[in-house]
Design a protein around this ligand. Structure first.
Ligand SMILES: O=C(O)CCC(=O)C(=O)O
Length: 358
């Protein structure tokens, strides 16, 4: 098993600074191979991921609840991605969270540099995922922090500017954790398990939760690069607050990339690798990536709802049969996420590689 190195293999260059100095070209390090460029296999139609209204999931009548559960089930089976509206998190808090982080990225560089991260924990202000020397990089900067468990939550690693940042993110985290817990119940029921099954498999009250705020600066050559390379999320479930003014997220559907049209005040939910493992691949994590553009920056908040990091995650016994034996060996999330931390985003190669080990 790998060990996290103490530092990056090369000096870190902030993409935001590059964006200010690169007028009509980008450094070679950011130019993707032709097969990975945005124009390849992009969808030409106006497909979108499903949009599900959650208003009646709790408190609606039985039929309304069943209909929402069915929509969630279909979305998980067919897409692994969906948008939710009327989910209970206040629109004002969503705007505040996104705009507070946008302000952070517009602070002077010396303020942000105080929080520069290392590959050891990734917490703080970063500009690359993975530590492979000479790797082709993505056109984005980010801020990564832990929200849960409480023993990993460290305000010293959260920005102290803008002044409201810590308070706003504390409020936001509380609401998103609550919402994620509700969705976990819906997913458990839809899998035919007890409603608390997934939450308990994640460690009950002791789940992990962290945030990556992605900042995609304007790019003079958006056709040659990606804001974030194709990947599936290594954790449990992701609640993404997109930039509702600037599309950019693309989801792989068969051999095409569908550009998500964000619905105002929706969260974009997606299944991560740990739910793929627990459901014995009834639900699958789905590859996604981010494209950039030349006239608008983009900010997104990816909130990762994860299992407790040191408990074994394996297919639910109830979902293992003679016809469908366990597809994955047990592994802790700590062990699992080292892959992406070392190698950076690589499509679905990690979860697929586990299959051959059973
Ligand atoms: O920026 C986005 O829309 C997606 C971000 C994402 O996929 C991630 O942070 O893992």
């Amino acid at each position: 098993m790998f060990n996290s190195p103490p530092d990056w293999p090369e000096p870190i260059i902030r993409v935001q600074s590059l964006s200010q100095t690169c007028i009509d070209s980008i450094p070679e390090r950011y130019i993707k191979t032709p097969n990975d460029r945005p124009s390849i296999n992009s969808s030409i139609d106006d497909a979108n991921i499903p949009i599900i209204d959650l208003s009646d999931l709790y408190g609606g009548d039985k039929d309304a609840q069943l209909s929402i559960l069915k929509q969630i089930s279909e979305a998980c089976n067919e897409w692994g991605f969906f948008q939710i509206v009327n989910h209970g998190v206040s629109p004002d808090l969503m705007d505040k969270a996104r705009e507070t982080w946008r302000q952070f990225f517009h602070l002077p560089m010396e303020v942000k540099q105080k929080y520069a991260n290392s590959p050891k924990t990734y917490e703080g202000y970063g500009s690359r995922l993975g530590i492979e020397k000479g790797a082709i990089l993505d056109w984005s900067d980010y801020y990564f922090l832990h929200y849960l468990p409480l023993c990993l939550k460290d305000y010293n690693k959260w920005p102290d500017l803008p002044p409201s940042c810590r308070e706003v993110f504390d409020d936001y985290g509380k609401e998103v954790v609550k919402l994620s817990g509700r969705l976990m119940k819906a997913l458990s029921i839809n899998l035919g398990l007890g409603e608390d099954f997934l939450q308990n498999a994640f460690g009950g009250e002791d789940i992990g939760a962290c945030l990556r705020v992605n900042f995609y600066p304007k790019c003079p050559k958006p056709d040659l690069t990606l804001g974030l390379s194709s990947h599936s999320d290594p954790g449990g479930m992701t609640m993404l607050l997109p930039d509702d003014q600037v599309p950019g997220l693309q989801v792989r559907k068969c051999d095409h990339w569908i550009t998500v049209k964000p619905h105002r005040y929706a969260f974009i939910v997606n299944i991560g690798d740990q739910i793929q493992v627990l459901s014995n691949a009834i639900y699958k994590s789905v590859e996604h990536r981010v494209i950039v553009n030349s006239d608008k920056e983009r900010v997104s908040l990816a909130f990762f709802y994860n299992p407790k990091s040191d408990i074994p995650i394996e297919p639910a016994k109830e979902l293992v049969t003679l016809d469908k034996p366990a597809l994955y060996p047990a592994m802790t999330f700590d062990q699992y996420r080292l892959f992406i931390r070392m190698r950076g985003p690589r499509g679905k190669s990690q979860v697929e590689s586990l299959k051959s080990r059973t």
